[in-house]
Design a protein around this ligand. Structure first.
Ligand code: IMP
Ligand code: MG
Length: 184
């Protein structure tokens, strides 16, 4: 009997070439954790790490475990990409469910591309009257920026290539790749 076609290619057949290897990611995440800690040494309440779902889940879980600070974790979900193109329209899929008033919020993003998502979130989170809002992103495609957004901590500035892995997806797939790969 012929075998059924797999639903999606196995990870070993993921497209593209490795852009950032797992050891490079781990090293940089550790450095970011130390940079961030140094900025929050005088906290008056536990820091809130805001996971921007779904792309940031792996980055946040690694970063949080390297970050030697009292912290809480909250999630928010937005959508803007279809396939390899940003739609330019940011949609709130799931809002925060805890008060952010008078709290220090660090938004954790997988990648800042045009900046539309972050501009939307900075405004949205700002309406909750937090004490401070900062942003850490693992990746930045600064050459693609259309919105002038301030990014406090950047892991890697990358060229204008579509990337997958370590949380980043192509139509929902490949988030579980351990490294970051660039498509052609
Ligand atoms: P922006 O709103 O254009 O800055 O895009 C931000 C969001 O688009 C990110 O949070 C990602 O979810 C997605 N995105 C941008 N570039 C890539 C990419 O190269 N691979 C996968 N997702 C991406
Ligand atoms: Mg994202």
């Amino acid at each position: 009997m012929p075998k059924a076609a797999p639903l999606s290619p196995p990870l070993s057949e993921a497209p593209g070439a490795v852009l950032i290897s797992r050891p490079e990611i781990d090293k940089r995440v550790g450095e970011l954790a130390r940079e961030i800690r140094a900025r929050y040494l005088d906290l008056d309440s536990p820091l809130i790490l805001l996971c921007i779902l779904k792309g940031s889940m792996f980055f946040l879980s690694d970063l949080a475990r390297q970050l030697d600070l009292p912290l809480e974790i909250e999630c928010i979900a937005v959508r803007s990409y279809e396939g390899k193109e940003s739609t330019g329209m940011v949609e709130l899929v799931k809002d925060v469910s805890m008060p952010l008033r008078n709290r220090h919020v660090l938004m954790v993003e997988d990648i800042v591309d045009t900046g539309e998502t972050i501009r939307f979130l900075q405004e949205h989170i700002g309406q909750h009257n937090p004490s401070s809002v900062r942003l850490v992103t693992l990746l930045s495609k600064s050459s693609r920026r259309v919105r002038d957004v301030s990014v406090d901590f950047v892991g890697f500035d990358i060229p204008n290539r579509f990337v997958i892995g370590y949380g980043l997806d192509l139509d929902g797939l490949y988030r579980n790749l351990p490294e970051i790969r660039a498509l052609d």
